[in-house]
Ligand binder design. Structure first.
Ligand code: HAM
Length: 420
């Protein structure tokens, strides 16, 4: 016997009825983002490796360690997208979207790939719901985008969410902070993890992102980014926070928040959920005013976020799931000697009237069919006996109350519609 095939490590199949939850979350995103004027963009899963090496940063974990990369048959260096901000920036430049009026407001859903150690809420194929606001550089753009994110999460039933915000400043701010951080860490470099020792040379700000206890200890009394902001960045950050307050978006300033991607400038933010074991973020985002120009596109400021959809659904409030309900179909059963084909015909008639219906097409007894329908959570059964069929009627059985009544065939759809 040949070995059974299994899904690839870190990937999973999403199955019904759970997929209905995924769809409802996506529909909510479409609705809320639509209120803010966002349109959907769909970029390829396959991109050139170079896009992320240049966009996200060659020395970031995402690019250095986690990218699924390979050469295609013609030797092109490709990868499965690990994120979409660089891809959206590429598409924006490639299609000259700046000519269609600014700012551009784009959102996306879809699978992304990172070679990470799989664990609860962490997959190698995971899904993001993201949005990017391109061509708006002022602090009110930041506040509006974060407000949209929070409104979306509220629409899913999350309450009391706190957005963690920080500013990583403009170029001069980061240069000043980088120097101060290196001056603090160099004398302590022996205490750092090997990764962070390497980062001290290559990309010291990355060390702030480390979860290693020895790095955390070396960072305990490290200088704060916020003390090194240029006047312009500090003013900007204060304006973002004021605007968030005016829009009623609760937030906490978190000076250690740096994010794992190199493209950020000024505002960065995350939302963490206590419901996730490792305190991993469900959402991450920030401003990236240099990225478009660095990728050879127009020199436009931008800001965006991406939500980890897998994690989001793991911690989704019960109220949202309860509200879904769906429309469990009715089961139409023909009673001997009425042929099963008559049940199939009636089910088709109901579907044409917009009512979800299943037909019992097998050879199960009536009792077995009803027990099955009950277990599956179906609301009703339609029983088609010989006498009813002849009279143009059918018996409608409410599976929760057990009540049964004979109805004209023409009234069935309306009655079932009320039950669903
Ligand atoms: P990120 O923080 O790398 O940001 O990812 C955003 C979210 O994706 C994370 O907060 C997390 O919820 C989810 N995520 C990341 N890796 C995994 C994984 N292995 N398994 C499950 N979920 C995961 C970005 O990707 C940026 N592009 C966000 C952004 C948009 N910044 C500006 N615009």
């Amino acid at each position: 016997m040949s070995a059974a095939l299994r899904s690839v490590k870190g990937t999973r199949d999403l199955l019904p009825p759970e997929t209905a939850v995924w769809q409802a979350v996506e529909e909510t995103a479409r609705r809320v983002f639509g209120l803010y004027g966002y349109g959907e963009i769909r970029t390829p899963i396959l991109e050139s490796r170079d896009l992320f090496a240049r966009g996200v940063g060659e020395t970031t974990d995402i690019v250095a360690k986690e990218m699924y990369q390979f050469r295609d048959r013609k030797g092109r260096e490709l990868c499965l997208r690990p994120e979409s901000t660089a891809a959206v920036a590429r598409a924006f430049a490639e299609h000259g979207l700046a000519n269609q009026g600014l700012p551009a407001r784009l959102f996306y859903f879809g699978p992304h790939f990172r070679y990470e150690r799989p664990q609860k809420g962490r997959y190698r194929q995971f899904h993001q719901i993201g949005a990017e606001l391109i061509g708006e550089g002022g602090p009110l753009g930041d506040a509006e985008l974060v407000a949209m994110l929070v409104r979306f999460l509220e629409a899913l039933g999350f309450a009391d969410l706190e957005v963690l915000v920080n500013s990583v400043g403009d170029g001069p701010s980061r240069e000043a902070f980088r120097e101060a951080l290196v001056a603090h860490l160099e004398p302590r470099s022996d205490a750092l993890s090997p990764d962070s020792r390497r980062r001290l040379e290559e990309n010291p700000l990355r060390i702030l992102d480390s979860k290693e206890p020895r790095d955390r200890q070396a960072l305990a009394d490290a200088p704060s980014m916020l003390d090194h902001l240029s006047e312009a960045s500090a003013r900007r950050f204060a304006e973002v926070r004021d605007a968030l307050e005016r829009l009623g978006v609760g937030h906490a300033v978190t000076p250690r928040l740096v994010r794992g991607l190199d493209y950020y400038t000024d505002t960065v933010f995350e939302i963490v959920s206590a419901g996730l074991g490792a305190q991993d973020a469900i959402v991450g985002g920030g401003r990236y005013d240099r990225l478009l120009a660095e990728l050879g596109g127009p020199d436009l400021p931008a800001i965006g976020f991406a939500i980890g959809q897998d994690r989001l659904i793991d911690v989704l409030p019960e109220s949202f799931r309860r509200g879904l309900g769906g429309a469990p179909p009715a089961l139409v059963v023909a009673i001997e000697p009425v042929p099963a084909l008559a049940a199939l015909e009636l089910a088709e008639e109901l579907r044409r009237a917009g009512v979800a219906a299943l037909a019992e097409t097998g050879s199960r007894s009536l009792g077995k069919a009803l027990r099955w329908a009950d277990r599956r959570g179906l609301r009703a059964a339609v029983l088609l006996g010989e006498a009813e069929l002849a009279a143009g009627r059918a018996a409608l059985k409410d599976l929760s109350s057990g009540e049964q009544a004979a109805l004209p065939r023409a009234d069935l759809a309306a009655r079932l519609g009320e039950l669903q």
